[in-house]
Design a protein around this ligand. Structure first.
Ligand SMILES: [Ca+2]
Ligand SMILES: [Ca+2]
Ligand SMILES: [Ca+2]
Ligand SMILES: [Ca+2]
Length: 190
């Protein structure tokens, strides 16, 4: 698979960039004793280290080259088919070429999808979401139309990252804290 050929390089890139700030183990930060006992509102340095703004999220995402991989016709835009395929790809966390029930349920939760029903999507009743099943139901979520900010029926990389960012900024403060952005590594840092 093409993705597999990129995976090592992508992981190295991701780990390298993240390691500069967090190390490469789920964004954990080892606090110094001084930081742990300091109850005062923490200085700007901690804010910078602990959060991702939308610009930083875009930079990390762009460095992953995921978007270029999904953009099959290389026009630097995702059509709805390419967009849907990207989620089919991303939610297949173990890269086996299909989304298992476990992967699907976790992704639905991680991306905050409301009222999605495995039984309704998985029409053949097996333990996997095949591509045809995914394509038949994914549009119901409505992300393609809402993320397409300029309504040209295409989703740019900027529109894509803004869409994910809005989903994950669950407290709406325009910053992703560690809890919110650790999902990034799982889905886009591969
Ligand atoms: Ca395209
Ligand atoms: Ca899988
Ligand atoms: Ca199925
Ligand atoms: Ca657009």
């Amino acid at each position: 698979m093409v993705r597999n050929s990129f995976s090592t390089a992508k992981r190295v890139t991701s780990c390298f960039s993240l390691a500069l700030l967090f190390g490469c183990k789920g964004g954990e930060i080892e606090k110094t004793t001084e930081e742990m006992v300091d109850d005062e509102p923490v200085a700007d340095k901690a804010v910078v280290v602990d959060t991702w703004d939308e610009g930083r999220f875009f930079d990390e995402f762009a460095a992953s080259k995921n978007y270029g991989y999904w953009d099959l016709n290389k026009d630097k835009h995702l059509s709805e088919v390419e967009f849907t395929s990207s989620f089919n790809n991303v939610w297949d966390v173990n890269g086996e070429g299909r989304v298992s029930q476990s992967e699907w349920e976790t992704a639905i939760s991680d991306f905050g999808v409301k009222a999605a029903d495995w039984t309704a999507w998985n029409t053949d009743g097996d333990g996997y979401m095949e591509t045809a099943e995914f394509e038949a139901d994914f549009a119901q979520i409505g992300w393609f139309s809402t993320w397409d900010q300029d309504k040209d029926n295409l989703v740019t990389e900027q529109e894509y990252t803004a869409g994910v960012y809005q989903l994950w900024d669950t407290d709406g403060d325009n910053q992703l804290d560690r809890t919110e952005y650790t999902r990034y590594n799982k889905y886009y840092g591969r």
